[in-house]
Design a protein around this ligand. Structure first.
Ligand code: KIV
Ligand code: NA
Length: 263
C-alpha cells in the first residue's frame, strides 16, 4: 500500500507502529521498500555519515535535492521525507517554501524541519501551499551549538512543558508528523497520547507511534560515536535485507527500542 498522510494517520488510529529509516540512495531505497519500511528519510545526517562532517550544519540544499532524487527513484510504496538543511528555511516562511518546493520537485512527499512553537507559522505556510510537514523537536541537531552538545532535551519541568507546547502548536499549524529526538520516554509517551497525528521517536522510548534510526548506525557502518538509542540490526542477520526486515519487525512488535536504548 502506498504510504500517504492518510495511511500514516490510519496506522496510528489502529495502534500499528510506523517504521522509518534514513536513506540516501536508490539501492537502499529499493531494499527498504521491499522490507516494508513505511517512511524513508533523506536526512541531513548525510553530512556526518556520508560527507564525514562533524555536524549537519555544512549540508546544503543542492546536496539534499540530489539525494532526494536518488531515493525517490526506488522508494516504491514508502513515503519519501526530505530534510530541509540548515540555513535553507529558518529565515522566513517564504524561504522555507522555496527550498521545500525544490525538494518536492526532486521527489519528496513531505519535508522535515527542526524547531518548536516558533516554527509553527512556517509549518502553516507550507501546508497551506501543498507541502506536508514533519516537525522535528527535542534534540534538533542543527542547533547543536546552542545546546552545547548532543544532549537529552525536556529533562527539566520547564523543558518538558515547552516540548508539550511545541508539539501542540506544530500539530495545530498542520504538521502531519511530529518527530522527537532524545526525549525522556515518559514525556514522549505523554506527547504521543496528546496528539491526533503520529509521532516518530529516536531516543524517545517505545511509546511513540513509530521509530527512526540512521541506516548507517543500525547496520554498524558509521565509525563515529554510537548514541545510546542505536541498535545494530546486522548482528544476528545474514544480510542487509534481513537486517532491515528485523528492524521493521522489532518496531512493529515493540521489542525495539528496549529500556537500554531509552532515556
Ligand atoms: O537527519 C537525520 O538522520 C534525522 C534523524 C536522526 C531523525 O533527522
Ligand atoms: Na536531520
Amino acid at each position: 500500500m502506498k504510504m500517504t498522510v492518510s495511511t500514516l494517520l490510519k496506522l496510528k488510529q489502529e495502534a500499528q507502529k510506523i517504521s522509518m529509516l534514513t536513506c540516501y540512495d536508490a539501492s537502499f531505497a529499493s531494499l527498504m521498500a521491499d522490507a516494508g519500511v513505511e517512511m524513508l528519510l533523506v536526512g541531513d545526517s548525510l553530512g556526518m555519515v556520508i560527507q564525514g562532517e562533524s555536524s549537519t550544519l555544512p549540508v546544503n540544499l543542492e546536496q539534499m535535492v540530489y539525494h532526494t532524487r536518488c531515493v525517490a527513484k526506488q522508494a516504491g510504496n514508502a513515503m519519501v521525507v526530505a530534510d530541509l538543511p540548515f540555513g535553507a528555511y529558518q529565515q522566513s516562511p517564504q524561504q522555507a517554501f522555496a527550498a521545500s518546493a525544490q525538494l518536492m520537485a526532486a521527489g519528496a512527499e513531505m519535508v522535515k524541519l527542526e524547531g518548536g512553537e516558533y516554527m509553527a507559522e512556517t509549518v502553516r505556510f507550507l501546508v497551506q501551499r501543498g507541502i506536508p510537514v514533519c516537525a522535528h523537536i527535542g534534540l534538533t541537531p542543527q542547533s547543536v551549538h546552542v545546546f552545547g552538545g548532543f544532549k537529552v532535551q525536556g529533562k527539566t519541568d520547564a523543558g518538558a512543558e515547552q516540548l508539550k507546547r511545541d508539539a501542540k502548536a506544530l500539530e495545530a499549524a498542520g504538521a502531519a508528523v511530529v518527530l522527537m529526538e532524545m526525549v525522556p520516554a515518559t514525556l514522549a509517551k505523554e506527547i504521543t497520547a496528546s496528539l491526533q497525528v503520529p509521532t516518530i521517536g529516536i531516543g524517545a522510548g517505545v511509546d511513540v507511534d513509530g521509530q527512526v534510526l540512521v541506516v548507517y548506525d543500525m547496520l554498524g557502518v558509521y565509525p563515529g560515536k554510537k548514541a545510546r538509542f542505536v541498535k545494530n540490526f546486522l548482528h544476528g542477520a545474514d544480510s542487509i535485507p534481513a537486517a532491515l526486515q528485523a528492524y521493521v519487525q522489532a518496531v512493529k512488535a515493540k521489542t525495539f527500542p528496549a529500556p537500554e536504548h531509552t532515556f
